[in-house]
Design a protein around this ligand. Structure first.
Ligand code: NAX
Length: 367
């Protein structure tokens, strides 16, 4: 039998995790022959709710789920993990300015970056979902001097899937037939959902699309889809966000389909003239657990303006948290070359403290 992967999830008692965890345990990300150990992390106030969720996981009797561990701190929670979903974040409170939100989350993600650096498996793959996701990922990465910046990513896959869904709806094709959609930039209203290179059943769709519809309906609707969902259901996207996280990690680990690409927020290596050292959503292809930016896509003047706007926003966010970005990691982030490299997969294991109090489910004991 394969050795279990250790998977950390922060914000594990929250809405997105509620959808994500059961599907992780069912094998939807790492395959139906890959056992997993879940290391769930929450704020101390939410530990009781997390315990309830862990009971439900146990009650599903998932064959692949070997252990569930509950933690109220990232240092214990990230021990030896191979994959980390950073979902928990501080939400915007009443009267909170954008800068306050950035600062509050910067503290959370700098601690989590240090904890990943010190305790996770050296090849850990990190996906940041908690908002502001791109800058949170940058902060975590900058605080992890022993890990490669290419191990830290943020989620634009929900935006990518939203774009694909809307194009499928518009054109009448099945989403499986739509390829080469891209989302560029920040996971925010400044993002650029780009369908100029998209294909349906191998044929370009751009010539047949109404470009006014693209500019005035499609792009703003993808950009503001989160708000549209909150208006309709009174709560933010949860199941679709979990789907985005599943797709992101699965494709990173298993590879992207031949002839297609996906969108991932990664540390920029300067491709397409984007400033180095910010976490920016690019079209990427994945193989061997690594990713590479798709090069050579045409960028016209209108597209360039959109890239500039979202890059500017990310540079401003970076500036607002610059005091939390240690100087020692600046060079590594400014001299990155992203080419199918996020480190080799070395999933060395240590099962040192599985008998501790934190372990609430364990079915992989030697008996
Ligand atoms: P919930 O409020 O339901 O859950 C968040 C959970 O995180 C709570 O249980 C809270 O106790 C926990 N938490 C907060 N700080 C923590 C910390 N320091 N350590 C561990 N746990 C912590 O939010 P949910 O709907 O699950 O959304 C989570 C995050 O995803 C939010 O920041 C949200 O803005 C963001 N989103 C990001 C998306 C993306 O595409 N990148 C889309 C969906 C979502 O809006």
């Amino acid at each position: 039998m394969k050795r279990p992967f250790r998977i950390a999830v922060t914000g594990a008692a929250g809405s997105i995790s509620n959808s994500l965890l059961f599907r992780l345990a069912a094998g939807e990300v790492f395959g139906t022959d890959q056992p997993i150990i879940l290391q769930l992390i929450e704020r101390s106030e939410a530990m009781e709710a997390l315990r309830g969720l862990a009971m439900e996981l146990e009650d599903c009797a998932f064959p692949l789920l070997h252990a569930v561990r509950l933690h109220d701190n990232p240092e214990d929670g990230f021990r030896n993990v191979h994959f980390a979903f950073l979902i928990g974040a501080k939400p915007r409170g009443p009267g909170m300015e954008r800068a306050d939100l950035l600062a509050a989350n910067a503290e959370i993600f700098s601690r989590q970056g240090r904890a990943l650096n010190d305790h996770a498996n050296p090849d850990v793959k990190v996906l940041v979902v908690g908002n502001p996701a791109n800058t949170n990922a940058l902060i975590a990465s900058r605080n992890a001097p022993d890990l490669s910046p290419s191990q830290f990513t943020a989620m634009s896959r929900l935006d990518h899937n939203r774009a694909k869904g809307m194009i499928a709806n518009r054109t009448g094709f099945n989403t499986a037939d739509i390829r080469k959609v891209a989302v560029w930039g920040n996971h925010s209203a400044s993002q650029f959902p780009d369908v100029r290179n998209a294909e349906a059943m191998g044929e370009p769709i751009w010539p047949g699309l109404d470009h006014d519809w693209v500019d005035n309906t499609f792009i703003p609707r993808v950009q503001k889809r989160g708000a549209e969902i909150i208006d309709a259901r009174g709560q933010s996207s949860a199941a679709s966000a979990a789907q985005g996280a599943i797709d992101h990690m699965r494709d990173w680990y298993m590879g992207t389909p031949e002839g297609d690409f996906v969108s991932m927020c990664i540390v920029s290596d300067g491709s397409y003239g984007i400033a180095k050292g910010i976490v920016f959503s690019f079209p990427v292809r994945c193989r061997y657990g690594r990713y590479q930016i798709v090069q050579g896509l045409p960028i016209d003047d209108a597209a360039q303006k959109r890239l500039d706007a979202t890059e500017k926003e990310l540079l401003e966010e970076k500036d607002a948290v610059k005091h939390l970005l240690p100087a020692e990691t600046e060079d590594a982030h400014n001299n990155l070359s992203v080419s199918l490299r996020s480190g080799a997969n070395r999933y060395g294991e240590e099962d040192r403290d599985d008998d501790s109090e934190a372990c609430v489910l364990r079915t992989d004991r030697v008996i």
